[in-house]
Design a protein around this ligand. Structure first.
Ligand SMILES: Nc1nc2c(ncn2[C@@H]2O[C@H](COP(=O)(O)OP(=O)(O)OP(=O)(O)O)[C@@H](O)[C@H]2O)c(=O)[nH]1
Ligand SMILES: [Mg+2]
Length: 359
């Protein structure tokens, strides 16, 4: 972040200097009247994110630049950066003068704040709205969240694995989405595989629904089991894998490396989450489940939540699209491939995809 102090005879002139020097995206950290050489003047401290260094052609890259790039994109560093940003947010909050927005934009921002939308998301929205009084909140949100509706025909690869915290709804989401696909394409050859280590109910649920619905059932207990599943992959149109809730400090990457999933190009992992974890908990999950193979977030237990800001916060932090929304404990009519419309209804009306309104 580049920070700079500007002084001018009045605030209009000082703001003009900020804009000319740091551009439209500058954030105002402080704005006060000071006395300089006996005369009153306006002092503004403003900052912008440093301009990203242009990527060099591969041939121009030295070992140092490669390492620097790698460090820049490492999650640990991003987290540190996000903590600094968090503190700047606190400083900035009084500067987010809602009065510069139109009444409609202001109402929407206040509403989102009550819905537990993070300060950094609000700041991004504020800057977009401040710069364009005609911009509606939905248009501003559009760029902050992506959606890839969960369908076999979407861009996901053949093998779909479901990861996430214990009890998040991994097995139920997998079964419900697999049954939807089977219903939509009765001839599809679908395999349900459990990697849950036979720990409990999940394995039986999967086996039961596979048998009931004419799907193949497989168990992954060792790395070799996953290899065999890959060897027979050509026999299936779709393979769904139920991953276990990871114990203690084990990360998803460690687990997928151990079981040979990390080297599989034809695999996408969906992160199953509930919207009511705390901010700290979400940060922990981001760290634990980070993986190049993560393709989407599936939000479950929406029917048990009272705010939905975390859907937006997570999309903003991770950049992962939302693929499905689950809103009931049963297997029928309780999951839907996500659409942006559904997310707007959840955020602004607390309306579940099934139509019920959350109190
Ligand atoms: N209310 C509600 N309950 C849900 C939803 N999705 C799943 N559940 C319930 O949550 C409980 C746990 O779901 P599972 O699918 O077994 O969760 P899991 O992540 O596979 O759990 P583990 O394998 O034990 O880590 C079950 O009782 C489900 O019926 C949902 O959208 N709403
Ligand atoms: Mg399970």
């Amino acid at each position: 972040m580049r920070m700079k102090t500007f002084r001018a005879a009045n605030s209009t002139a000082a703001f003009a200097q900020v804009k000319a020097d740091l551009g439209e995206d500058a954030v105002i950290l402080s704005n006060k009247t000071i006395t300089e050489n006996g005369a009153k003047c306006c002092e503004i401290v403003a900052a912008v994110e440093s301009t990203p260094v242009k990527k060099m052609a591969a041939t121009q890259q030295t070992r140092e630049t490669v390492i620097e790039d790698a460090l820049d994109s490492a999650v640990g560093w991003q987290r540190e950066w996000s903590q600094i940003k968090g503190q700047i947010m606190q400083l900035m909050k009084p500067q987010m003068d809602m009065n510069v927005l139109t009444p409609r934009q202001r109402l929407a921002m206040e509403y989102l704040e009550r819905e537990d939308v993070d300060g950094k998301v609000l700041a991004k929205l504020f800057c977009q709205l401040r710069d364009n009084e005609r911009l509606s909140i939905i248009s501003a949100l559009e760029s902050l969240i992506d959606v890839t509706p969960f369908k076999a025909t979407s861009q996901f690869p053949k093998i779909q694995a479901f990861a996430g915290p214990g009890g998040a709804g991994k097995t139920s989401s997998l079964v419900r989405l697999a049954l939807r696909e089977k219903k939509a394409m009765p001839d599809a050859r679908i395999c349900l595989a459990t990697a849950d280590g036979g720990r409990g109910k999940g394995r039986l649920v999967l086996k039961h629904y596979a048998e009931l619905s004419g799907l193949t059932f497989r168990e992954i207990i060792t790395k070799e089991d996953f290899e065999s599943l890959q060897n027979e992959a050509s026999q299936f149109d779709l393979i769904f894998i139920d991953l276990p809730g990871l114990p203690g400090q084990t990360t998803l990457e460690e687990w997928t490396t151990l079981y040979g999933l990390s080297g599989c190009d034809d695999l996408a992992i969906h992160l199953v989450l509930n919207p009511y974890y705390s901010t700290a908990q979400f940060e922990k999950f981001i760290e634990k489940y980070k993986s190049k193979q993560l393709a989407s977030v599936i939000w479950t237990k929406l029917d048990e939540a009272c705010t939905f800001g975390s859907i937006l916060n997570m999309a903003f932090t991770c950049g992962l699209p939302v693929s499905a929304l689950s809103y009931g404990p049963g297997l029928k009519n309780s999951i839907a491939p996500a659409t942006k419309e559904m997310i707007w209804r959840l955020l602004f009306m607390r309306k579940l995809p099934g139509g019920n309104i959350q109190p």
